[in-house]
Design a protein around this ligand. Sequence first.
Ligand code: G3H
Ligand code: 13P
Ligand code: ZN
Length: 354
Amino acid sequence: MPLISMRQLLDHGAENGYGVPAFNVNNLEQIQAIMQAAAETNSPVIMQASAGARKYAGEPFLRHLIEAAIEQYPDIPIVMHQDHGVSPAVCQASIRSGFSSVMMDGSLKEDGKTPAAYDYNVDVTRRVVDMAHAVGVSVEGELGCLGSLETGMAGEEDGVGAEGHLDHSQLLTDPEEAAQFVKATGVDALAIAIGTSHGAYKFTRPPTGDILAIDRIKEIHKRIPNTHLVMHGSSSVPQDWLKIINDYGGDMGQTYGVPVEEIVEGIKNGVRKVNIDTDLRMASTGSIRRFLAENRKEFDPRKFLGVTVKAMKEICKARYEAFGTAGNAPKIKPVSMDKMAERYKKGELNPVVK
Ligand code: G3H
Ligand code: 13P
Ligand code: ZN
C-alpha cells in the first residue's frame, strides 16, 4: 500500500471513533516493533521523525527504512509524518523528500525554544498549509506551549519545546483562539497544550485534573468539533519499565506519565493523534540493561537489540488496542496524494469553523 495522508487516516478515525498513536522513529528496531505490532493487530500506522531523528540516522536512511516497511507490510496503511518542524523551509524539505504529513510548530520561534507570538504562528503555519495542500500533504499545527502545570516550567527536556517559566495561559490552549487559528490557517490537525510535556519527567505524582487538563480538551473539541486534536508528550511512563531500568543499574527518578485511560478519554473528545516516544525509549533501555546484566558473556548486538523489538512491540500493541486503532487497517482504502490535493483545491477538506 502506498503512503497515505494523515488527513485521510484521522478522518477515518473521527468517523469511527478511534485515535492513532504516532510513534517517533530513529532506527530499524523501532520501525520493526511498530510494524510487527500493527500487523498483529491490523492497525494503521503513523511513524514520525523529529529533527533529532534526522540528525541521528540521516534523512535518507529514515526514508528508506519507512519505505522498507511499506514494502514488507503491503496491507498496512502508513503515514510518514515530520514531527515539530521549526520553519516552513524544514517542512518544505520533508514534503520534497516524500513525507505524507508535516507538523509546522509555530508555537515556538525557529530556534525551537522561544515562545512565538500568535500572528507569527498563523503566518508560518498558513504558508506551510498552502504548499503542503497543493501536493496533498497534511499539516499539523500547534497552539499553546507544552509544559508543566505543576511547576510552570516549559518542557525543553528533549530539545523540543520552550525554555524557562511560562504562565498558565501559555500552558493551556484557549478554545476561542484555537477556533481562530484553525480558521486562519486551514490546518488538518491541531496540537494543543493541556499540561503534558516531552520526556519522562512529566508529573511528580499520578496526575489529576489540575495538572492534566483533560477538561480543556473537551472545551476545545466542543468549540472546533471538526478539527482533529493532537496530544503531544503522551507517553504513559510505564512504572514496570522504570523499575527494571533502576533495578539493572539505571538511575531514573520517580516520575509519572499520562495514564492510558486519560488518553482514551481524550479520544472520546476529538483527540485523533497521540504522540509517543519516551515509552518506547524506556522499554528499549530497560530491556537492554536487563539482558546485558543477565547475559554477561553475550557480545552479539542482535541479541540485545532483538529484545528491544519485543519490548517495544508489546507497548505498541497495547496502545493500538486501547486507542481503538486495532482492526482498522483493512477498512482504509488509500487515497492518492494527487486526489487529496484535488480535494483540498475544491475546498472539500477545509475544516468548517464558525
Ligand atoms: O518531540 C519530541 C520527541 O520525543 C523527539 O525527541 O528530538 O530527541 O528526537 P528528539
Ligand atoms: P513523549 O516524550 O511523551 O513520548 O512525547 C513525544 C512527542 O510528543 C513527540 O512529538
Ligand atoms: Zn511533541
